[in-house]
Each structure stands twice: as structure tokens, then as C-alpha cells.
Design a protein around this ligand. Structure first.
Ligand code: FDA
Length: 304
């Protein structure tokens, strides 16, 4: 089955977009902000928090980045208006990082300012290695003025151990994840066991330093390490949170919530779903099953 999965993953670029869209719909709240608010409310009702993300990346035009900012303002207003428990996440390249560093810094600062007024929080997602330096620079710059902003550290990157040193000193609010992009060996560990060990190592360093960490994973082994560290450090639930992606492992999500841990679900919405969806599908161990069933016209139960 693993071989078939690899073949289907390799074929993703030539699989018709409508099939990818159908199979990946479990990962996306919908096309509109109303869809995202509805999914967020449903998550809140089962005890989960959310982080709403407007899908989009690699913006090449200033105007498109500015359009995204307008939507982020609407998201913040909608969260406040509907009184749902959610913060927001965004990708720097969606906000123009590849157009100009200054543009991106100014636009993200504008959204953080609005989030600050709403007593809300903004997480800057981490993209591929070409963005790491600039993303951290933007985070440091904004953090000089605002506390309601956080960034992401990827456990697969060899540099992360160095990157967390100054983040520890400032007690940064971080999301820690394995990392999703395909990176070369000289930059990123390629071995799953080492990435898990590095995740546990970085997590322990950050929590010991008093950082609030969003432990973003669906991996039982990483979660076991997290629970071990939380226990050893005698942390209270308000000192960390678990984070998962919409459409992935709802059962594990419930297990953690029932055990009294805070849990946040990443809720992406919007029309630019393709790049995000293919990344998610590549990580799905059942991708071949889902794609083949869809092509044969068989329905797969979608659980968000
Ligand atoms: P792993 O990939 O080993 O998955 C563990 C298990 O979870 C699998 O065996 C399977 O059962 C299930 N699973 C995982 N993915 C699945 C899928 N797509 N469909 C169905 N089942 C699946 N990365 C990044 O580079 N920058 C970022 O900013 C973020 N942000 C982010 C936010 C949040 C809230 C999460 C949960 C993750 C991210 N990521 C990310 C992605 C992250 O780096 C990583 O690629 C995924 O979380 C998958 O890694 P796991 O730790 O879940 O382990």
C-alpha cells in the first residue's frame, strides 16, 4: 500500500483539480468566511479552540496582498461579532513577502494592530527555508511593539536549535511542528525518528524556558513526549496547547480535550485551496485509498 500511496502522491499534479478538491475537502472549512465561522463554532461546541487562516500563498502582486489584508480585517471582526473562540494564522508569502520585505512587514503589523485592539492573537506561519530568516525578522520587529503575535518553529530544520535561543529569552509564544516543505538534507533532517527526537528536545527547551507552545502534531509518539514533558515540568493546561489540522485525527483531538488539555484546530478557508490541499494529501497515509475510491465514484465519509 505504501508503494501505491507513493505513486498516487507523485501523480497529484496530473490528477484533475476537481478530484483533488473533493478528496481534500475534509481539510478546508469552505470557500467563505461564513463557512469558517460555522466550523469554528462547531469546534468550540466540542471544546476546541480555532485559528482561522485565509488560504493563499506566493502572492506576486502588491494589490493581492492588500486584498488579503482586507479579508483578515473581516475575519477579526467576524470572530469578535460572533464571539467565537479563535485567533488567526497567516502566511508571509500571502502577505507579499516575495514582493517586498517592507510591504509584508507593514501589512502584517497592520493586522496585528487590529488583533491587538480586539484582544486577539496572530500566528505567523512558517513556510519553506527561503522564508525562514525574513519571517523571524518580521516576528522580532513586530514583537518589539506587540505581545499578541507568535511564530512557528519547524523541528525538521537543523537551524531550529539555534533559532530558539533568542526566542526562549523573550518567552516567545510559539507553534512547534515537524515541518511540511520538502527541504534539502543540509538544511533539514530527513529521518522521521530524528525529527521526532528533535521535536521533543526543542519542546522541552521551550517549555522549561517558560514559552507558551502550541504543540502542533497528530503524531502519537510526539504527543507521548509532550505529555511526558508536561508531566515532568508539572505544567498547568494554561501553559501550553495542542494544535491539529482540520480534517485530521478528530479522535485523537477528542482524547486530548477529554483529558483536560487545551486544543486548537487550524481552520483554513477560501478559494485558493489547491496548494494547501496537495500538501495535506501528500501527508495522508490513506491518500491512495481516498483518491482511487473517488475516481471509482465511491463515497468516503468526510470527518472534519
Ligand atoms: P505525521 O505526519 O507523522 O502524522 C501522524 C499521523 O497523523 C499520521 O500517521 C496520520 O494518521 C495522521 N495524519 C497526518 N497528516 C494527515 C493528513 N494530511 N491526512 C490524514 N491523516 C493525517 N508546517 C509548516 O511547515 N509550517 C507551519 O506553519 C505549519 N503549521 C501547522 C499548524 C498546525 C495546527 C499543524 C497541526 C501542523 C502545521 N504544520 C506546519 C504541518 C506540520 O509541520 C506537519 O507537516 C503535519 O502536522 C504532519 O506532521 P505530524 O506531526 O502530524 O506527524
Amino acid at each position: 500500500m505504501e508503494l501505491i500511496n507513493r505513486i498516487v502522491t507523485g501523480m497529484l499534479p496530473v490528477i484533475p483539480k476537481f478530484i483533488v478538491g473533493r478528496v481534500a475537502s475534509r481539510y478546508i472549512a469552505g470557500l467563505t468566511l461564513d463557512d469558517a465561522i460555522k466550523v469554528t463554532r462547531d469546534l468550540n461546541n466540542i471544546g476546541a479552540m480555532a485559528t482561522i487562516d485565509l488560504l493563499g500563498e506566493d502572492t506576486t502582486k502588491k494589490e493581492h496582498a492588500e486584498d488579503a489584508v482586507k479579508v483578515y480585517h473581516q475575519i477579526l471582526d467576524a470572530i469578535a461579532h460572533h464571539k467565537v473562540n479563535s485567533n488567526i494564522s497567516l502566511k508571509p508569502t500571502h502577505l507579499g513577502l516575495k514582493v517586498s520585505y517592507d510591504l509584508c512587514l507593514n501589512l502584517i503589523t497592520e493586522i496585528v494592530q487590529h488583533a491587538h485592539e480586539q484582544q486577539n492573537f496572530l500566528r505567523i506561519d512558517m513556510e519553506d527555508n527561503t522564508c525562514t530568516d525574513d519571517t523571524l525578522k518580521i516576528y522580532y520587529k513586530i514583537r518589539q511593539k506587540y505581545e499578541n503575535v507568535g511564530v512557528v518553529i519547524q523541528a525538521y530544520l537543523r537551524r531550529s536549535i539555534k533559532d530558539i535561543q533568542s526566542l526562549k529569552e523573550m518567552k516567545a509564544n510559539l507553534r512547534l511542528c515537524k515541518g511540511i516543505y520538502r527541504e534539502p538534507r543540509h538544511l533539514a533532517y530527513q529521518n522521521r525518528a530524528i525529527i521526532i527526537r528533535n521535536f521533543a528536545f526543542l519542546l522541552e527547551e521551550l517549555l522549561k524556558a517558560g514559552c507558551y507552545v502550541g504543540i502542533a502534531t497528530h503524531c502519537e509518539e510526539v504527543i507521548w513526549h509532550a505529555l511526558r514533558i508536561i508531566h515532568q515540568l508539572q505544567l498547568q493546561p494554561h501553559q501550553y496547547e495542542f494544535q491539529m489540522l482540520l480534517g485530521v485525527e478528530p479522535e485523537l483531538r477528542k482524547i486530548l480535550i477529554d483529558a483536560g488539555h487545551r486544543l486548537r484546530v487550524y481552520v483554513p478557508f477560501g478559494s485558493e485551496w489547491y496548494a494547501y490541499s496537495t500538501r495535506r494529501l501528500r501527508e495522508n497515509p490513506k491518500i491512495a485509498n481516498y483518491v482511487l475510491r473517488d475516481m471509482l465514484g465511491m463515497k468516503t465519509q468526510v470527518v472534519k
